[in-house]
Design a protein. Structure first.
Length: 462
């Protein structure tokens, strides 16, 4: 992984240096306003410092160039960043991930005192048992571990049980590569030290508490295997886990009008997750804040209230709304209706919320998307509620993945503290994250996913 820092007079300038140097695959780790220091600082303006990372193969893929580097390019790399150089993040994380510190301090105290102590149950660090491919849960500070999102016992019907077993087997298969090599080298001097065992346990604890699935915790550990073996610094470990997780979340996608207008954007997802409300929020942002020409279409005519709801928002915003009444009418009329909208930058399409098990409605939505996609630049956003349990989210994602690519929107983050499913679903689907919504207020309660903030929260920060 290559991590560099870039500065500019403003954020855009620093970002363009990032893109020029690392390409579009670069992940922004941090953006910092640097205030001028010392005498004369009153007369100087603040600058912007962007820390960006990219996996090494991405750099070579995108920017491999055998020509002599230009002077400008050479100047853009202000500083080659090592883990130490991202100490800012480590400090923030150390506070966020305070449980690790407490445990490490406690261990230090225990080593310093000669009187043997009876460890208290809440701070006792169990021995790191060999984990031959089995769930490490039992070995990880059970007292503070909250119960899993779902368990085998909760699955009653036999079909679901079979699906559960299949998914669980997949999870099992990804555990071994992480744990096994660590254990195989247990006596090796280069194997992870005791502090790092503690770190791994605490990391499991914190992430499991946020309902990140074990499979994905193991993915992260696998990525930081080298650091775990070679580093003895908590700063390095924290920086590493933070960076790996931010990289895994990737750069969020935002709806941007395409070169070919209008861009047609579909919002799909289960009932009641907040599709219509989210469309109103996005439409308002585009129209009011960005001065874009926005139009709405609703294909949700199964309930009168649904069309009325969007009509109300359309009236307030002063944007056109077209209602499509049936799948047949949809096929016959969509093209001509959209033609009336040709002048627009973006058309947001509300679809019917349905259970992913409803084949007929699923087929209608598929038809709608493919019909329009043949003629217009289009994008699909799968809207999911952060309050939905993991297994259901996986089933929903599976059913939509069968017929379309999508980006992910998570709603109702104000209703849950557990945000692990955002990480889980990103990794499960490979789809880009995009927006999160945090309340019912239109248009305010929506923002683009901030990967840095999300990871800090996942690691126990605020
Ligand atoms: N707390 C909270 N409520 C939300 C959020 N987004 C939407 N809602 C509420 O969720 C409820 C359903 O929202 P809708 O926008 O109608 O959801 P929908 O997906 O269009 O629903 P259907 O059309 O019935 O499939 C409404 O009461 C919204 O106000 C959010 O981010 N947080
Ligand atoms: Mg709706």
């Amino acid at each position: 992984m290559t991590i560099n820092k870039y500065t500019g007079k403003n954020e855009e300038e620093a970002m363009s240096k990032v893109r020029a140097e690392l390409g579009n695959a670069a992940v922004i780790m941090n953006v910092k306003v640097v205030k001028p220091k010392g005498l004369g600082s009153l007369f100087k303006k603040s600058t912007y410092e962007v820390t960006a990372a990219v996996e090494d193969e991405e750099v070579s893929k995108e920017t491999l160039d055998f020509s002599v580097p230009s002077q400008q390019n050479a100047q853009t790399i202000e500083k080659k960043v090592t883990f130490d150089a991202v100490a800012d993040d480590a400090i923030i994380l150390k506070n966020a991930f305070s449980a690790v510190n407490e445990v490490l301090e406690k261990q230090e105290e225990d080593v310093m005192t000669t009187t043997p102590k009876t460890p208290k149950i809440t701070t006792e660090i169990p021995e790191f048992e060999p984990l031959s491919g089995s769930v490490p849960r039992a070995n990880i500070l059970e007292p503070t571990y909250s119960k899993p999102t779902y368990s085998k016992q909760m699955v009653n019907n036999s079909q679901e049980k079979a699906q559960w077993n299949e998914k669980e087997e997949n999870i099992e298969s990804t555990r071994e590569p992480v744990i096994a090599p660590i254990e195989a080298k247990k006596d090796d001097r280069s194997s992870i030290n005791n502090d790092n065992h503690t770190f791994v346990k605490m990391l499991y604890n914190v992430l499991l508490d946020n309902e990140v699935q074990e499979k994905y915790i193991n993915n992260v550990l696998e990525d930081m295997d080298k650091v775990l073996r070679t580093s003895h610094s908590i700063d390095n470990l924290l920086s590493s886990v933070y960076q790996k997780m931010v990289l895994k979340l990737g750069t969020p996608t935002k709806i941007v009008p395409g070169e070919k207008k209008p861009k047609v954007v579909f919002f799909i997802g289960p009932t009641g997750v907040g599709k219509t409300t989210t469309i109103a929020k996005i439409a308002s942002k585009y129209k009011v804040e960005e001065g874009k020409k926005v139009g709405l279409i609703t294909a949700d005519t199964y309930r009168m209230a649904a069309a009325n709801q969007l009509q109300t928002y359309a009236n307030i915003l002063g944007v056109p709304l077209n209602v499509i009444y049936s799948a047949e009418e949809l096929l016959d009329t969509v093209k001509s209706q959209v033609r009336e909208y040709q002048d627009l930058d973006v058309i947001l399409v509300d679809t019917i919320g349905f259970s992913h098990r409803n084949e007929e409605q699923r087929a209608d939505t598929k038809k709608l998307i493919t019909t329009l996609s043949d003629f217009y630049e289009s994008e699909v956003y799968l809207v999911l509620s952060a309050t939905t349990k993991h297994k259901d989210l996986i089933d929903i994602a599976d059913s939509y993945m069968e017929f379309t690519d999508f980006n992910l929107i998570f709603t109702k983050l104000d209703e849950t503290n557990c945000i692990g499913n955002i990480f889980n679903l990103k990794l499960y689907t490979g789809a880009s994250l995009s927006y999160i919504t945090t309340g019912q207020n239109v248009p305010d309660d929506i923002e683009i996913v901030n990967a840095q903030k999300l990871v800090k929260q996942l690691l126990g920060g605020n």
